[in-house]
Design a protein around this ligand. Structure first.
Ligand code: ADP
Ligand code: ASP
Ligand code: MG
Length: 401
């Protein structure tokens, strides 16, 4: 059997944890399996490197940032390989490019174009344990790229897909995927299973336990994932196509504070306005999420929408000239907002999900600014200061009743 195991930053944070990972890996190897291990940078290394860069040049180019950040994973693979050597097992560590990761050239959030696993395959054929640096690859200019924060999950899934692995295990600092962040909501429950679509929504809506791109890729290539603890040997959560075991209306509650609300008041109430607004936002490469347009009154209307938090000023900059030209009353953005969402395929066939969520928010005295829904999620935009209270209240309504 070919097993891909990925260990996040906290799982390799210090010498003791690295040796713990070496034990988990070699246990599987000893059972006769081929093992590829993907690791992240130790603990807060990536954040520390970002801080170091800021001290020298807060506007450093993305190319050099990638060069810097890729170093974190290089440390981890060498240390883990040494720990495995020390236990007497054959092992080799490989950087992203050595492991065959080819990416596009979008520095700091590169996409994997393909993985050429020949070198990994050759090492496995020699019965070596292969330790691969997550989060990184090489573009066509032979520059090092990184995949964006949390990108090691995607590295693991990409190897599992390219090599048709039998198992892809994502080890982390919690025991699996929970109905809410178990560090914030003590009553959160561990899920046995969750579908790709549900996990993709949860990850996109703020549950960082899995990177959303990794889930997207796992779904595309049919890689079944298991999320489990590196500290405690208990069953984790399976992420797969069909999850039928638990008949639950919703699978989880997520919070995303990386959001800004852009508001334009007093736009002319005539055809083409939304197009003119959002084509400018798109041209600036800004992702728009929730959109709300008011009903026209006295010849004017308002448009409000959300963007990633660090794009608020860029969105306003992209729209200023146009808003001045058409005589809009005001254009502004607000970053003190958060998005709270409930996710679950069960809501496709059961009515009342949204109203139960709104009831819980009302009882907690949380004001809703915007609402957005899809088949399997309901999201609300609220004041950032209400977010934790809102998550607890909503979680309680769905899971602690
Ligand atoms: P790693 O370093 O292993 O990649 P991350 O910090 O990226 O770990 O992700 C694990 C964290 O995700 C947990 O410590 C937990 O606080 C957080 N988290 C948020 N939402 C959830 C959820 N629904 N289920 C489990 N963990 C969650
Ligand atoms: N080290 C990178 C980060 O902190 C990648 C990862 O951990 O997945 O974002
Ligand atoms: Mg992570």
């Amino acid at each position: 059997m070919l097993v891909v195991k990925k260990f996040g930053g906290s799982s390799v944070a210090n010498a003791e944890r690295v040796m713990n990972v070496a034990r988990i890996v070699t246990d599987t190897y000893r059972e006769g399996h081929d093992v590829v291990v993907v690791v992240s940078a130790q603990g807060d290394t990536t954040d520390d490197l970002i801080e170091k860069a800021k001290e020298i040049n807060p506007k450093g180019s993305k190319r050099e940032m990638d060069m810097l950040l890729a170093a974190g994973e290089q440390i981890s693979i060498a240390l883990l390989a040494m720990a495995i050597e020390n236990m007497g097992f054959p092992v080799i560590s490989l950087l992203g490019w050595q492991a065959g990761f080819q990416t596009n050239s979008t520095y700091s959030s590169a996409r994997i174009k393909r993985v050429n696993p020949e070198r990994i395959r050759a090492a496995l054929d020699k019965r070596k344990i292969v330790v691969v640096a997550g989060f990184q690859g090489l573009n066509r200019y032979e520059d090092v790229t990184t995949l964006g924060r949390g990108g090691s999950d995607t590295s693991a899934v990409a190897i599992a897909a390219a090599m048709h692995a039998d198992l892809c295990q994502i080890y982390t600092d919690v025991e699996g995927v929970y109905t809410a962040d178990p560090r914030k909501v003590p009553d959160a429950r561990k899920l046995q299973e969750i579908t790709y679509d549900e996990m993709l929504e949860l990850a996109t809506l703020g549950a960082q336990v899995l990177n959303n791109r990794s889930v997207e890729m796992a779904k595309k290539y049919g890689v079944e994932l298991e999320v489990l603890s590196s500290m405690k040997a208990v069953p984790g959560t399976k992420v797969k196509e069909v999850a039928k075991m638990e008949e639950m209306l919703i699978k989880g509650v997520a919070k995303d504070t990386n959001v800004a609300r852009v508001m334009i008041v007093g736009l002319p109430d005539e055809p083409g306005i939304a197009f003119k607004i959002f084509s400018r936002v798109a041209k600036a490469h800004i992702n728009v999420d929730i959109i709300l347009q008011s009903v026209g009154r006295d010849g004017t209307k308002d448009i409000t929408f959300t963007v990633p938090q660090d794009k608020g000023d860029e969105a306003v900059a992209a729209l200023q000239e146009y808003c001045d030209m058409v005589g809009a009353k005001s254009l502004s953005y607000d970053t003190s907002v958060a998005k709270v969402s409930v996710v679950g395929a069960g809501m496709e066939t059961h009515e009342g999900t949204a109203s139960l969520m709104f009831e819980a928010l009302a009882a907690a005295n949380v004001n809703i600014q915007m609402i957005s829904t899809s088949e399997i999620k309901v999201s609300v935009l609220i004041a950032a200061e209400d977010a934790d209270r809102a998550v607890s209240a909503v979680h309680k309504a769905f899971f602690e009743a």
